[in-house]
Design a protein around this ligand. Structure first.
Ligand SMILES: NC(=O)C1=CN([C@@H]2O[C@H](COP(=O)(O)OP(=O)(O)OC[C@H]3O[C@@H](n4cnc5c(N)ncnc54)[C@H](OP(=O)(O)O)[C@@H]3O)[C@@H](O)[C@H]2O)C=CC1
Ligand SMILES: O=C1O[C@H](COP(=O)(O)O)[C@@H](O)[C@H](O)[C@H]1O
Length: 494
């Protein structure tokens, strides 16, 4: 959503700068923005950590990780010195008041160097339980007093249920105005997800058929090949519903289902998304198993490599009830989507990494071509999010030759020709935050409403352990029951 705007001098303060997210995503994103000339002319990244480290040691650590994780590798040797001159490692204790006084002095010194009071962008790349502590200290030390200049980015998960999200929003509101709070959902920074709006509202041929009159069902799949890796401890208290569905998949669903916004204004787009979340029919507690399926991976083989089951992963309980797979059927109670099922599913240790959306169109009410004699497959639109990045429209054509047989073919728009230039999601989102554009970030009511959508499923799954776990093998397509969810409607997963 960003255009090349001249940016104000900015101090970027990263809490948790020594952590996994910072090394894999944040520093590479800032680096790529820097080499593309998208960072402010005057900026510093103040990297906060508990350990007593030399600045040079920390910079070397960042450089080593850039080599591993930056999408752009060619210029690291030539650009590194310039980029690293903007990094300052700063020893800091999250729960000590004095640490914030020292941070205040440091930021004021930087302001003197810039020659103006710079914008401040606080990035909370730390566990969610520290958010309220940090927010309180930022208030006490008057570190973010200016709504027009000071911003805070909060990572997911935002709360762990609806009431904790409401509480967190209320706590944050003591320090920040809503316009200062950037709740990140990195799926919204993905090029292919942002393109949904352009595709839907920038073309006259799709919008008229984007409704229950023509669409039979919608499927959203986010399949991951990886397991929980080193994050078993975190994942145990989370699971696929809270880790992926409540945020990423519901946000993608909003992009597919929302009404046309009157403008590209952040408030307008967020309003339309909240409308979708409100319209999702809540699933009654006693009907959860009819609408939702969960799974947990056991050992198996992924791409020829034998891998362990979830319960054998580090930090995971031997009798864990945490789901690593979730599939849900949603209905939207509004005029556009009356009766159209939206199937969403996500899982770890699936046979391949693939995220995509399928819009399945209804068959013609009457056709010249007779089913059985001239097999007809229904029109489909497939939006591949990753790693394939394309849009495919499937339709029927006559088989060439002396026949009246039909065959399905595809028309494809492929991003791969321009993939080199595709920014990582975090680059897009960080640039938006630097520019003060909230469009791709979640507003408080969006987050709370999304928690409300999954509330009964969460409650049911927490209180009713699934005795069939583990119920799918690593490297498979998920639990068998997942197929039944669609078969009841005579549908099948794409
Ligand atoms: N990693 C990922 O892929 C993703 C992460 N996230 C979210 O991003 C945030 C950060 O995640 P991640 O980087 O993986 O987390 P890490 O576990 O790697 O830790 C982040 C930082 O937390 C600090 N820290 C840990 N314990 C304490 C403590 N008791 N007191 C003060 N500081 C502490 C550490 O800093 P120190 O150097 O001071 O020890 C560390 O740098 C989380 O909210 C996570 O949910 C969201 C999406 C993906
Ligand atoms: O937020 C998260 O997302 C990742 C998947 O992100 P992707 O961009 O690789 O699709 C997921 O692995 C992780 O568990 C979750 O916290």
């Amino acid at each position: 959503m960003n255009e090349n705007k001249a940016l104000q001098p900015t101090s970027i303060i990263i809490f948790g700068a020594t952590g996994d997210l910072a090394k894999r995503k944040l520093f590479p994103a800032f680096y790529n923005l820097f080499i593309e000339g998208r960072m402010p002319e005057k900026f510093n990244i103040v990297a906060l950590g508990r350990a007593d480290k030399e600045n040079e040691d920390f910079k070397n650590y960042v450089k080593e990780n850039l080599v591993l994780f930056s999408r752009n590798q060619t210029s690291i040797e030539t650009e590194w010195d310039k980029f690293s001159s903007h990094i300052i490692y700063f020893r800091h204790q999250i729960d000590e008041e004095n640490s914030y006084k020292e941070l205040d002095e440091k930021l004021k010194t930087l302001d003197n160097d810039y020659g103006v009071r710079a914008n401040r962008l606080f990035y909370l790349s730390i566990a969610p339980n520290f958010v309220s502590v940090i927010s309180g200290h930022l208030k006490n030390a008057v570190l973010a007093p200016n709504p027009a200049q000071d911003r805070i980015i909060i990572e997911k998960p935002f709360g762990h249920d609806k009431s904790s999200a409401i509480e967190l929003n209320s706590l944050l509101s003591r320090t920040f105005e809503e316009e200062q709070i950037y709740r990140i959902d990195h799926y919204l920074g993905k090029e292919t997800v942002q393109n949904i709006l352009a595709f839907r509202f920038g073309n006259s041929i799709f919008e008229p058929i984007w409704n229950c009159k023509y669409v039979e069902s919608v499927q959203i799949t986010v399949a991951e090949e990886v397991g929980v890796e080193s994050r078993g401890g975190f994942y145990e208290g989370t699971g696929a519903l809270k880790d992926m569905i409540q945020n990423h998949l519901l946000q993608v669903l909003c992009m597919v289902a929302m009404e046309q916004p009157a403008s590209l204004d952040a408030g307008e787009i967020r309003d339309r998304k909240v409308d979708v979340l409100r319209s999702i029919r809540r699933i009654p507690l006693d009907r959860v198993s009819h609408y939702a399926v969960r799974g947990q991976y056991g050992e198996g083989v992924v791409k020829g490599v034998k891998v362990k089951g979830y319960r054998e992963e580090e930090g995971v309980a031997a009798d864990s009830n945490t789901e690593t797979f979730a599939a849900i059927k949603f209905y939207l109670d509004n005029e556009r989507w009356e009766g159209v099922p939206f199937y969403v599913r996500t899982g770890k240790r699936m046979k391949e990494k693939h995220s995509y959306i399928t819009i399945q169109f209804k068959p013609l009410p009457q056709s010249t071509f007779i089913a059985g004699k001239h097999p007809l497959s229904q029109n489909k639109l497939i939006i591949n999010i990753q790693p394939l990045m394309d849009i495919r429209l499937q339709f029927m054509t006559k088989k060439p030759g002396l026949t009246v047989e039909l065959k399905p073919v595809e028309m494809i728009f492929d991003y791969f020709s321009c993939k080199e230039d595709t920014p990582e999601a975090y680059e897009t989102l960080l640039l938006d935050a630097l520019e003060g554009d909230l469009t791709l970030f979640m507003r408080s009511d969006q987050v709370e409403e999304a928690w409300d959508v999954v509330k009964t499923i969460q409650e049911y799954w927490e209180n009713n352990p699934d005795p069939s776990f583990p119920n799918y093998s690593a490297g498979s397509s998920g639990p068998e029951q997942c197929e039944l969810l669609l078969q009841r409607e005579e549908h099948a997963w794409e």
